[in-house]
Write a protein that binds this ligand. Structure first.
Ligand SMILES: Nc1ncnc2c1ncn2[C@@H]1O[C@H](COP(=O)(O)OP(=O)(O)O)[C@@H](O)[C@H]1O
Ligand SMILES: [Mg+2]
Length: 232
């Protein structure tokens, strides 16, 4: 059965949509098939063209149920559900159906306050530092803040995703032919962390062919369902 990963949190702008797409792209880069599920009524669906994953539109309650059922029926796939923010009821529902829950947060007091509340509300969830500074002294300051406020949750904080201006490429309707290497590496790194948590191994013989579109199409085309039928 497929695994469902939900990216939630009761605050907008923390990086939920970015993290969801990075994770899906990263899954594709390590040879795993995934679907990025949109639930945010304020966002437009993105074209799967050029991505290493499918996209699904689940902006209504009924379509979410259908999309989740469909994904569950796909052997060895991963469904990554991008939550909307400011929707506690929806977050609780997604938490209930997820195999793994991620809570992105940035290096700000407001984000940290919110993520603490979410970590308390969702005891199985992991927090993901997003838009993390790579500059040495800023990074040190961010780490200090985390050590101070998030000490009780230390084991539930994943490796950070650095600030990458290229990350917005993933949120464009259409992807460019090739992604910048630092972004591809960050996507892959995130996928590795999540696969570790889910105890899913990566086939050792999988050879990543960056930018090879025939390779990209193959795993998706080989599946029984067409992209359109995932879009309930
Ligand atoms: N790692 C990152 N590096 C740089 N910008 C980022 C990163 N993650 C998110 N952002 C930016 O932050 C903003 C909010 O991100 P988004 O993923 O839309 O958040 P949410 O879905 O939680 O509202 C966007 O402009 C996005 O491009
Ligand atoms: Mg979003």
């Amino acid at each position: 059965m497929a695994d469902i990963i939900c990216v939630i949190g009761n605050k907008g702008g923390t990086g939920k949509t970015t993290l969801s797409h990075m994770l899906c792209q990263g899954m594709g880069l390590v040879g795993k098939r995934s679907v990025c599920v949109l639930t945010d009524t304020y966002r437009e669906p993105l074209d799967p063209q050029g991505r290493r994953y499918l996209t699904a539109d689940a902006r209504t309650r009924e379509s979410l149920a259908k999309v989740v059922d469909k994904i569950r029926s796909l052997k060895a796939w991963l469904g990554i559900i991008d939550g909307g923010g400011n929707r506690s009821e929806m977050d609780r529902k997604l938490y209930g159906l997820a195999d793994l829950v991620l809570l992105p947060f940035r290096d700000s007091h407001e984000d940290i306050r919110t993520v603490i509340r979410d970590l308390e509300t969702f005891p199985r969830a992991y927090a993901v530092p997003m838009q993390w500074p790579s500059n040495a002294w800023q990074k040190e300051a961010a780490e200090k803040t985390v050590a101070e406020y998030l000490a009780p949750y230390r084991d539930r904080i994943l490796e950070p995703v650095n600030t990458l201006s290229a990350s917005k490429l993933l949120l464009q309707k259409q992807l460019p032919a090739a992604l910048p290497t630092p972004l591809a590496n960050a996507c892959r790194g995130m996928a590795h962390q999540v696969l570790d948590l889910l105890q899913i191994s990566i086939e050792e013989d999988f050879v990543d062919q960056e930018g090879a579109s025939s390779h990209l199409a193959a795993p998706l085309a080989g599946n029984k369902i067409a992209p359109a039928s995932i879009t309930a």
